[in-house]
Design a protein around this ligand. Structure first.
Ligand code: ZN
Length: 131
C-alpha cells in the first residue's frame, strides 16, 4: 500500500465534490461519488445511478472517461455520504471491471492508517479473464 500524493488528494476532492453536488438525502438514489484520473491527467467524475441493477459511481466515472476517448487510467476513488468523507472500497463487480479495463490503475482505499492506494489487480486475485 502506498500513501497518497498531491494528485491523489485532488482526485479524492473531485469525488467528494461530485457527491456533495448530487447527494440525494430524500430517496437515496445517489449516495456515492467517484473520480477517475486518466494517464493524461484528466479527471472524470460520476455518481451512482440507482435501479435494481444500478450502476456504481466508479462505473459511471469510468464510462464518462471512456465516452470522452480515454483508455488509460491511473487512479480511481469512490466516496459515500452527503459530505463524501467515507472512502469506499470498490464492490466485487467494480473490482472485476477495473481488472478488465485497468489492472494497474491505483485504487484509493480508506485504511486504519488513513487513505492508501493499491493496484486494482491486488484487489481481485484470480480475476476472471476472457483469454
Ligand atoms: Zn461497484
Amino acid at each position: 500500500m502506498q500513501e497518497l500524493d498531491k494528485k491523489d488528494c485532488e482526485l479524492l476532492n473531485a469525488a467528494r465534490a461530485a457527491i456533495i453536488k448530487n447527494y440525494d438525502g430524500e430517496k437515496f438514489m445517489h449516495t456515492v461519488g467517484a473520480a477517475v484520473r486518466c494517464a493524461d491527467g484528466k479527471i472524470f467524475t460520476g455518481v451512482n445511478v440507482y435501479s435494481v441493477h444500478g450502476a456504481c459511481a466508479e462505473q459511471v466515472a469510468l464510462g464518462a472517461a471512456i465516452t470522452n476517448g480515454e483508455r488509460d487510467f491511473a487512479a480511481v476513488v469512490a466516496v459515500r455520504g452527503s459530505d463524501g468523507e467515507e472512502i469506499l472500497p470498490p464492490c466485487g463487480n467494480c473490482r472485476q471491471m477495473l481488472c478488465d479495463y485497468a489492472q494497474d490503475c491505483m485504487v484509493i482505499l480508506g485504511t486504519a492508517q488513513g487513505p492508501r492506494k493499491v493496484p486494482a489487480r491486488e484487489l481481485l486475485p484470480f480475476a476472471y479473464t476472457v483469454e
